[in-house]
Design a binder for this molecule. Structure first.
Ligand SMILES: NC(=O)c1ccc[n+]([C@@H]2O[C@H](COP(=O)([O-])OP(=O)(O)OC[C@H]3O[C@@H](n4cnc5c(N)ncnc54)[C@H](O)[C@@H]3O)[C@@H](O)[C@H]2O)c1
Length: 336
């Protein structure tokens, strides 16, 4: 059993992380929970019957957890991760693991000094849609992919700290680790240029609530990621290949395949191309299932397998999000 502590027992910490560590009793034992909110402390005490702390430094010093899960507000993650690593604990940090690449580098430096494991949380890499889309592309069903578009739309307003930049809020950090990272898993060459357009449309405070990030890869693929706060339902994915298109609407993947003619006559206005369609239902959670990910975390902590997010990939994502913010400020594309 891995002696586990949780820092931040709020909306997400008490569900997405406390749930699996509670269920997988052979792997994890919750030895402490830390939160500054008395109500959260009470709930954690009633559930885990373990020591409860208000000060995470004290908790790290007294309990010496083997593994610490950090689920506090986004601007707190990097320093808490560094302090936990320095206290000798392995660390899982929820997304965004850092609010900028400089802090991500500081975390990696602490990981290297201590030799403890540092696990960035990018659960959408376990998304059921992503897995199925990858299989369709790998089968060659739409040919060579040259454009991927990933969209999330809503009219859902927020009023909490996620709307304030000083707390690491704003939707680039909140949604970028899902919507920017996920489609990049479908392309193989590195991103060389980034364009970002971050705007605040209907939320209060100073964090952007509407974003579009356009990445261009070395081998000519364009990847568009967008979170549109004032929009009705768009397709969640549109993937264009030179032999077909994939469109994901709701829980259905539509695959349109073009049967291109062998050759087109010189005077022909355009080819008469037959399009055929097949569909697939999405068979799981699109932002990843924590109950599937945590057994993998236990194996990674025991050194039985490599964790699914290499640190250099998480750092690359932080650099990319920084570049998107810079691009939005400058109003022009940024080269990486
Ligand atoms: N799918 C996902 O991976 C996913 C989903 C939701 C949220 N998140 C991430 O989880 C993090 C928390 O989001 P949330 O919605 O749960 O926020 P929240 O405000 O509900 O929870 C944060 C908790 O941290 C506590 N806290 C604040 N300062 C503290 C300190 N110094 N020491 C200990 N505890 C402290 C707060 O009291 C609160 O209970 C965010 O970074 C968010 O991006 C990830």
């Amino acid at each position: 059993m891995i002696r586990t502590a949780i820092i931040g027992y709020g909306r997400n910490g008490s569900t997405m992380h406390a749930g699996p560590v509670e269920r997988y009793k052979d792997d994890f034992q919750v030895v402490a929970v830390c939160d500054i909110d008395p109500e959260a402390q009470e709930k954690a005490a009633a559930r885990f019957h373990c020591p409860i702390y208000e000060d995470y430094h004290k908790m790290l010093a007294e309990v010496k957890p083997e593994f610490t899960i950090i689920v506090t507000r986004s601007y707190q993650h990097a320093q808490m991760a560094i302090d936990s690593l320095m206290a000798g604990s392995h660390v899982l940090v929820t997304k965004p693991w850092a609010t900028n690449a400089r802090d991500a580098e500081r975390m990696i430096a602490a990981q290297q000094v201590t030799g403890r494991k540092l696990l960035p949380w990018l659960p959408a890499r376990f998304g059921a849609d992503l897995r199925q889309l990858r299989a369709i592309i790998d089968r060659g069903d739409i040919g060579r992919v040259f454009e991927v578009r990933r969209s999330a739309t809503t009219f859902g307003l927020r009023r909490d700290w996620q709307t304030e930049r000083r707390f690491g809020g704003g939707y680039l950090l909140n949604w970028g680790p899902h919507l920017v990272d996920q489609p990049l898993q479908l392309v193989s060459s590195p991103v060389t240029r980034v364009y970002g357009n971050l705007r605040q449309i209907i939320n209060p405070n100073d964090g952007e609530d509407n974003l579009r990030v356009i990445c261009h890869t070395e081998d000519g693929v364009t990847v568009v990621s967008e979170y549109l706060i004032a929009a009705g339902p768009y397709p969640a994915w549109v993937i264009q290949g030179d032999r077909g298109t994939i469109i994901v609407q709701g829980d259905t993947i539509h695959v349109y395949q073009a049967n291109l003619p062998e050759k087109v006559g010189e005077k022909e206005y355009r080819s008469n191309t037959a399009i055929t369609e097949y569909t697939e239902k999405i068979t799981g959670q699109i932002y990843g299932d924590e109950y599937e990910i945590y057994p993998h975390i236990a194996r990674a902590l025991r050194g039985e397998e490599e964790y699914f997010v290499p640190l250099e990939e998480a750092l690359r994502l932080s650099r990319l999000l920084d570049a998107a913010r810079l691009s939005s400020r400058l109003g022009q594309e940024v080269c990486l």
